[in-house]
Design a protein around this ligand. Structure first.
Ligand code: SF4
Ligand code: MG
Length: 305
């Protein structure tokens, strides 16, 4: 995986479960248990290579510089402590301030994430909050250290649809307010359309396509991306179209993959696809795709899904 994110930019990493999205996110914060995990290459953050950082230095990065918002707020919040307790603790982990000041900031943070009667809520326990409110608390905790980069791993998957869109709206507002960068991990192309500036389509641990969101939605090139679009209802596109599931399963990543990782499931696959791996190359300005038949000089014609 290789990608670049500018300040204030939102990038979406999209793919099915098991495509390596979460592992990519966790790698950036070096939250990969090692062994067996090993991070190779570079993770450049504000010019510093995090791969070379010791655990002690990574602890200063996590929360202060880069924060993570996880999928399920119930497992990330401690049920035995009040919400206020956990928020105050998060604030004091990053800033050397008195408890009184931390409580004041906790109230402010809850207000920032749209929780009313914040003072009263501080004394409540996670189970007294709805799923959406818990996710707002998790976002408040992630913001406690004033990070420049937020990594959100399927932040709304556990929530129902109306709450999902409220949380996404909140994240967008906060991103604009704080000019933070966001890496948003999702399987939902609709969420990417609403939230992101650019997008990477990931499959079997690799990037198969990368472009600005507008460009990808107007001109998707990779057969896997076509499959994703055909299998999801996206507000921007015709919702009356019948949905098609991509047949088959992603490859077993414990075995080395020869050729194109999508070959087993690709309706366009030829012999070369099973023996040679296509590189991610630029097809048009800033739009990259990894397919033997989608290059600068060649184009596949898309069969109607
Ligand atoms: Fe399909 Fe071959 Fe392109 Fe892979 S390289 S997406 S198998 S046509
Ligand atoms: Mg995941």
């Amino acid at each position: 995986m290789s990608f670049h994110l500018n300040k204030g930019e939102v990038i979406g990493i999209v793919g099915e479960s098991g495509s390596g999205k979460s592992v990519t996110a966790a790698s950036i914060l070096k939250l990969i248990p090692s062994p067996p995990g090993e991070i190779m290459g570079e993770i450049l953050y504000k010019g510093h290579d995090l791969v070379k950082y010791k655990e002690k230095d990574m602890r200063k990065i996590r929360g202060n510089e880069i924060s993570m918002i996880f999928q399920d707020p119930m497992t990330s919040l401690n049920p035995a402590y009040t919400v206020g307790n956990q928020l105050v603790e998060a604030i004091r982990l990053h800033k050397k301030i008195s408890k009184k000041d931390a409580i004041r900031q906790a109230v402010e943070l809850l207000q920032v994430v749209g929780i009313h009667e914040a003072e009263k809520r501080l004394n409540m326990y996670p189970h007294q909050f709805s799923g959406g409110m818990r996710q707002r608390v998790m976002i408040a905790i992630a913001l406690a250290g004033n990070p420049s980069l937020l990594i959100a791993d399927e932040p709304t998957t556990a929530l129902d649809v109306t709450v999902q869109s409220q949380i996404m709206k909140l994240m967008k507002q906060l991103q604009l307010k704080f000019n933070a960068s966001i890496i948003l991990i999702t399987h939902d192309l609709g969420v990417v359309w609403e939230m992101c500036d650019k997008v990477i389509v990931m499959y079997a641990g690799q990037a198969l396509e990368e472009a600005s969101v507008k460009e990808l939605y107007d001109h998707p090139y990779h057969p896997y991306t076509w499959g994703l679009f055909d299998s999801q209802i996206i507000r921007k596109t015709n919702t009356k179209k019948p949905l098609h599931v991509i047949p088959g399963n992603p490859p077993d990543l414990s075995q080395p993959i020869k050729g194109c990782p999508f070959a087993e499931r690709c309706p366009y696959a030829q012999d070369i696809c099973f023996t040679e791996k296509p590189e991610l190359v630029e097809k048009v300005d800033g739009h990259k795709v990894a397919c033997h038949f989608q290059t600068k000089s060649e184009s596949l014609s898309r069969k109607e899904g």
